[in-house]
Write a protein that binds this ligand. Structure first.
Ligand code: ADP
Ligand code: MG
Length: 478
């Protein structure tokens, strides 16, 4: 019997406003506990929330980017529950009328196909504080700095059919909010988090199975593992004659499993009602037009343009447009490299990415600038240096030795195209390896590579590979 997973995600993206959604307190991460919660965030009697206009603009930008209708009038509601990190006893959220209605995004799957995933809604809400369980032997500490930080909750349709699709969707939304500069996407700091709803059904069954919700998983890898674990668990339950209960589960990365957090019976009854302290959010056409005007080129459009303009594969274009800064870096490199799109892509995705990764640096913090990398690509394209020597030049540039021409000159790395010098090296190698020469000449073609290696070594890697190959083939011929 074959099973089909059904997955829907609820993503919380922290909006990168300077101040909170209903107060003027700072949203900066990492300050001393309880230094950034003002009387409004603390819910003191008599205070009144005032909506942050920037948060509204950001939500509108997201709505436009997913082709959704932006509600001309949306309202805030109180979602009531009791928890120590929620000082007011309710969270201000949107319920019946969210600011962003139905939209969709297109995700790129591993096999290169594109799938459309529906977004049901996206609404504005405030974050709660944080409970701290370490360092408080037998007690919990409460840090309310995060209370009142603006969130955009993005709810997907149950359109995903595998953990891989769910991750592709999550990455698409992640790239989008970062392009829009509405969320920094930092998952370690909790600026981008996700609840995954998972159910399974028999393939071909028109009705969805009962779902479980896995709360707050904070990395792409863990979301994928948590979903896969949950799919297997539900299949096991059903195949052994049981029934999946609708419940909230927690993922434990150490044991790689999900565990019951609360069952449906224990689910909160939030008693939503419109918040009497806040006016409806009215978004007029002028505001929508102004936000639309400010939108950057979006990842999908940029990916397609990269494919057309720089002759890149869908994969390369996808990698290079995953971040706006990376895409900007790449385009500046190509501009400096006389339009050598594919070669520039190889360097950005290859050596540059590896060096950044090794040192844990951001692209915006690369010691090799796009101008330097573009110049390096030019020196490869015009055959001043080979690709192998270029790797050495790159490393020297990374270590602060300046632009590629200076590095090539200083270290004498210019490619040798003098036929005489290459021929001399070939003659020496042939004389030193009579046995291999005889074997080659009696038909052992594989030895050609051996000779290439020997000659290149003699030339300290600086011979032009094309020239070396042509000359060697000629000299080795019986
Ligand atoms: P709630 O209000 O309880 O959070 P929603 O209807 O808003 O429930 O759904 C929350 C999420 O669960 C959405 O992302 C939706 O796509 C997903 N979802 C709903 N039904 C299923 C199902 N049967 N299997 C998997 N995901 C589901
Ligand atoms: Mg929900």
């Amino acid at each position: 019997m074959s099973w089909e997973p059904v997955i829907g995600l609820e993503i919380h993206a922290q909006l990168q406003t300077k101040s909170k959604i209903f107060s003027g307190a700072s949203t900066a991460f990492g300050s001393e506990p309880n230094t950034q919660a003002c009387i409004i965030d603390l819910g003191m009697p008599g205070v009144l929330p005032v909506l942050n206009r920037e948060a509204v603009r950001m939500a509108i930008a997201f709505g436009l980017a997913i082709g959704a209708r932006v509600a001309p009038r949306s309202i805030f509601a109180r979602k009531n529950y009791f928890y120590p990190d929620l000082p007011k006893g309710y969270q201000i959220s949107q319920y019946e009328i969210p600011i962003v209605g139905k939209g969709s995004v297109r995700i790129l799957l591993d096999d290169g196909t594109v799938k459309e995933i529906g977004v049901t809604r996206a609404h504005l809400e405030e974050d709660a504080g944080k409970s701290l369980h370490e360092d408080f032997h037998g007690m919990s500490g409460i840090d309310l700095n995060r209370a009142g930080t603006p969130l955009l909750e993005i709810v997907s349709e149950p359109d995903m059919r595998s953990a891989k699709e769910a991750i592709a969707y999550m990455k698409t939304i992640h790239a989008l909010v970062r392009y829009l500069r509405i969320c920094d996407g930092n998952m370690q700091e909790g600026s981008f988090r996700c609840d995954a709803n998972v159910s399974v059904r028999r393939r071909g069954d028109p009705i969805f199975g009962t779902r479980c919700e896995i709360k707050n998983v904070n990395s792409f890898r863990f979301v994928e593992r948590a979903i896969n674990f949950e799919i297997e668990r539900q299949i096991d339950v059903i195949e052994s004659g049981g029934r999946v209960d609708q419940e909230t589960r927690l993922y434990d990365p150490d044991g790689n499993e999900t565990r019951t957090m609360r069952s449906k019976e224990e689910a909160n009854d939030y008693r939503y009602f419109p918040d009497p302290d806040l006016l409806p959010v009215v978004v007029d056409d002028a505001l929508v037009a102004a936000v639309r005007e400010s939108l950057p080129e979006l990842p999908e459009a940029r990916r397609e343009r990269f494919m057309a303009q720089y002759a890149l594969s869908a994969y390369d274009a996808g990698v290079l447009t995953a971040g706006r800064e990376l895409a900007d870096y790449y385009e500046s490199t190509v501009a400096a490299a006389n339009g050598e799109g594919k070669l520039a892509a190889n360097w950005v995705m290859g050596d540059l990415a590896a060096f950044l990764n090794r040192e844990g640096r951001e692209i915006t913090d690369s010691p090799v600038t796009p101008a330097m990398l573009g110049a390096l690509v030019n020196r490869i394209a015009d055959q001043t240096i080979s690709g192998t020597i270029a790797k050495k030049v790159f490393e020297l540039m990374w270590n602060g030795e300046g632009d590629p021409d200076a590095v090539i000159a200083r270290h004498g790395l210019k490619q040798v195209t003098d036929t005489g010098a290459i021929e001399k090296a070939i003659a020496e190698v042939m004389a030193a390896n009579p046995q291999q020469l005889a074997q080659y000449r009696s038909g052992k073609d594989k030895l050609f590579g051996f000779f290439v290696g020997q000659v290149m070594r003699k030339m300290q890697g600086k011979a032009s590979p094309e020239q070396l190959n042509a000359l060697l083939r000629d000299k080795l011929a019986p």
